[in-house]
Every structure is written in C-alpha cells, then in structure tokens.
Design a protein around this ligand. Structure first.
Ligand code: UD1
Length: 422
C-alpha cells in the first residue's frame, strides 16, 4: 500500500476531474489466491491489487505451506503450492478477513480435512455460513464446530451431488465450485451467484484443467477431475472501485475517465447515474462519467448481480444525500448495512431508516465534520460525502478503506481533491 493511514482529512467541496486507473478486483483476487491451493506447483496471477487483504491472504497461504511472491511493480503474484498444503486457517488471520473462508473448499477437497476458524470480516450483517456448510455436506463432507473452528472432513474425497442454494451467495458459490472441481462425478449447483467474480474464478479453474459449464448463469455443472495443474490468470478489474469513481464523478459534478473500468459489469449502476443526469460514454480502454448539474435523486434497491451491488449502496445514499429531491434506497442483501447512516447524518444528511429502507432527502451541500468508517464501502461512501461537504471532514479508521481501494488518497488528489492522510 502506498499510504497507511488512520484517518483521511478532506477539505470540500470539490469537483473531481481527470483520469484514474482501476486494477484487479479485491473480491476476485482473494478468491483466485485461495483457489490456487487446488493446483500444486507455480500458479501465477496478474493484475493483483495492492491492498491489505491481499497481504493477509498471502500470509494465510504461506502458513499453509505455499511460497508467495508479489511483484508490486507489475502486480504479478506467484503462488507455489506444495503437494500437500496445510489444512488449518487460524483465528488470528481469519478474523481480519472474511474471504479466508474461501480456503475451505479447496483444502477440504484436496487434503480431506480442513480446520478453518469462523470468520470475522466487515460489520455489515450476520453473514452466515449455512449454505457453505449444507453444500459441502451434500458433497459428502462431515462438518462440526469446535472451539471456534469449522472442522470439515472427507477422508475418501468428496462426491458430486445436486445442491440448490437458498440465496445466490457469492462466497458459498465459490466454496462449492472449488470443492466440486475435484469431487468424484458430477455436481449440479442451482441458484448460484452470477457475479463477474464467479466467472473470473471459473475461468481460472478451467485453466487449471477443471470442467465447468454454465458460468454466468444460475446453474453450474461441474464434472470432477482427479487433479488440477498450476495455471496463470489475470484478475478482472474491480467493479466496485470502478463504480465508486463513477458515483464520485456524478456527485461532485465532475468529469472522470476510468481507465480499465468495465461498464458492462455495471449496467444498472450506470443506468441509475444516467437517471441522476450524468453522461456516461465509453472510451477505448474504459469509460467516462461527466455531470454538469446537481444530481437528481434516484431510487435504488440492491440485489445480487446483475442487480445494483450492495457494495455500492453507501455511494448511492451519499449521492442522494446531496441530490435534488428525495429517494428510497433499499438494502436487500445484508441486513445491517445502514450503520454508516449515523455518520452521514453528522455531515448534515437528511436520512430516515426504517428496516432495510433508507429515505433520503437531498440537501444542496453537506457540512464537514469528524466521522468514522465502519467498513470498506461505508468508508468510501463517507469519503464521497466529504467531497461534497463544506469545510474539513476527518474520516477516522480509514484503514478499512485501504482494504479495498489501492492508492485511494493519491488517486483522489490526482483528480483534484484536497486530501491528506493522517
Ligand atoms: C461477497 C463480497 C462482498 C459483497 C457480497 C455480496 C467478498 C470477499 N465479499 O461477500 O463484498 O458485498 O459478496 O455481493 O467477495 N448468506 C447466508 N448464508 C450463507 C452465505 C450467505 O445467509 O451461507 C447471506 C449473507 O448473510 C448475506 C447474503 O447471503 O445476507 C449474501 O452473502 P454472500 O453473497 O455470501 O456475500 P459474501 O460472499 O460474504
């Protein structure tokens, strides 16, 4: 990471303009790293973002016996995986990052046993593991909980099965995919997540020799193979970082060209921005968002992909907080994701929360104040609000933001913001 801060000091209001480059997706890179455990030998990942969570996952893989080297200049990571990786992921690391749970499927299917500490992660809801567990049990695993650990065993290997998820959970889909690729026979998974991250992971697994059909649809058919071989793969660009810059452009009445950003992964968010009055145009290697007026309030409801991403919900609330008119933002994915609304209110936002609905009435300008980031995306949403707040805003606990946004402060400065790290 370029800057390690405990707080960001932002002086507003600001108009952002210029160009930013988006690198690989956090939520993809971490899963690709975990999936590398499936293939012994030297796996190579490109376009890996320089964020704290990548370092935590590197440490976890290292403790499991892998040799991980990360060339930060080229964003290339090599993961040399031993014939028999370790099977334990300890609390000390898992508590720092929920994506650690993604080693469960690969380790169980390869080693026949996995002991993974129950994860911590963001304070955005209860985030159960019941689908992960029910799915792995359907594949023949025996699962118990002891002393804060999930202990999963399948001494004779997993066996293909048919399983339907109650909700298209991203993490559960990933764990079940990475387990099924080495199970005996065919696994059919219904109601799986369709996020681009899932396609990215599936393509990496296919490069290792896995047999997967249906990527990007709600049904995956996976034919188990005896073993997988080391492979290389380039991480897809971060759709949430991209979306954050798009919202930042619209909110600040700015003009941002997002190099590497995939507009096709953000169809609904960009349609919403157009409804607020923004102009979105594609460029040779990304797209550009321009806004010449105060945004018009827009109703937004989060849903699994291709719906509006829950990870952009804080940005949607921040935008509506300074929009013309009123709007309803509905959170359908995580139940406790409105915690940061109290912080936004400290900046003068007019928001009423009722269950999973937030009614937002726009004000012309927010007013700078000290606030605290509660998770990665809430933190980014607060920074966007600070850009349209008059005077100084200090966003405390900005380490949360650095978990998901490489070079955030530096990028903001490049776009003209007055931001300093404390
Ligand atoms: C991933 C992303 C996160 C994003 C989320 C939804 C990572 C590291 N994180 O999280 O940024 O916000 O997808 O797009 O990739 N659920 C259960 N039981 C389960 C699994 C999930 O009830 O076994 C519930 C969760 O509590 C939540 C919903 O399903 O309400 C969605 O969770 P899920 O899609 O699994 O999110 P994550 O994979 O944790």
């Amino acid at each position: 990471m370029a800057e390690n801060s405990s707080a960001l000091r932002i002086v507003g209001p600001t108009r952002l303009s210029g160009e930013v480059t988006v690198t690989g997706a956090k939520n993809s890179a971490l899963k690709l790293m975990a999936a590398s455990l499936l293939a012994p030998g030297k796996n190579t990942l490109y376009n890996v973002p320089q964020i704290a969570d990548v370092d935590i996952m590197s440490e976890l893989l290292t403790r499991m016996g892998c040799t991980v080297t990360f060339d930060r200049a080229t964003l290339t990571m090599e993961i040399d995986v031993p014939e028999v990786p370790g099977h334990k992921a300890e609390y000390e690391l898992v508590r720092k990052m929920r994506a650690s749970i993604n080693v469960l499927g690969p380790i169980l299917t390869r080693v026949g046993i996995a002991e993974i500490s129950l994860p911590g992660g963001d304070a955005i809801g209860s985030r159960g593991l019941d689908f992960h567990i029910a799915g792995l049990e359907a594949l023949g695993a025996t699962i118990s909980f002891e002393h804060g650990y999930i202990i999963a065993t399948a001494p004779n290997g997993l066996v293909g099965a048919t399983f339907e998820l109650n909700f298209p959970s991203v993490g559960a889909t990933e764990n079940l995919m990475t387990a099924a690729v080495l199970a005996k026979g065919t696994t059919t998974l219904y109601n799986v997540a369709r996020e681009p991250d899932i396609i990215d992971l599936g393509e990496y697994l296919i490069a290792m020799g896995a047999k997967i059909e249906g990527l990007g649809s709600s049904t995956l058919i996976i034919e188990g193979v005896d073993s997988l071989h080391a492979a290389s793969h380039s991480t897809l660009p971060d759709r949430i970082v991209t979306g954050t810059w798009a919202f930042a452009a619209a909110m600040t009445q700015g003009d941002i060209t997002i190099k590497g950003g995939r507009a096709d992964h953000l169809e609904i968010p960009l349609d919403k921005l157009v409804a607020t009055g923004a102009v979105v145009t594609t460029t040779s290697d990304g797209f550009r968002v321009r806004m010449d007026q105060r945004p018009i309030a827009v109703d937004i409801a989060t849903l699994p992909y291709p719906g509006f991403p829950t990870d952009l919900q804080p940005m949607a609330i921040s935008l509506n907080a300074i929009a013309r008119g009123s709007a309803m933002v509905t959170e359908n994915v995580f139940e406790a994701r409105f915690m940061f609304v109290n912080e936004l209110r400290r900046l003068g936002a007019n928001i009423t929360v009722d269950g999973h609905h937030a009614a937002v009435s726009g004000v012309p300008l927010l007013s700078g104040a000290p606030v605290a980031a509660t998770d990665i995306r809430a933190g980014a949403g607060l920074v966007l609000a600070a850009l349209v707040a008059d005077g100084v805003t200090i966003v405390e606990d900005s380490f949360h933001i650095e978990r998901g946004y490489p070079n955030f402060a530096a990028d903001l400065r490049t776009l003209g913001a007055d931001v300093t790290t404390i």
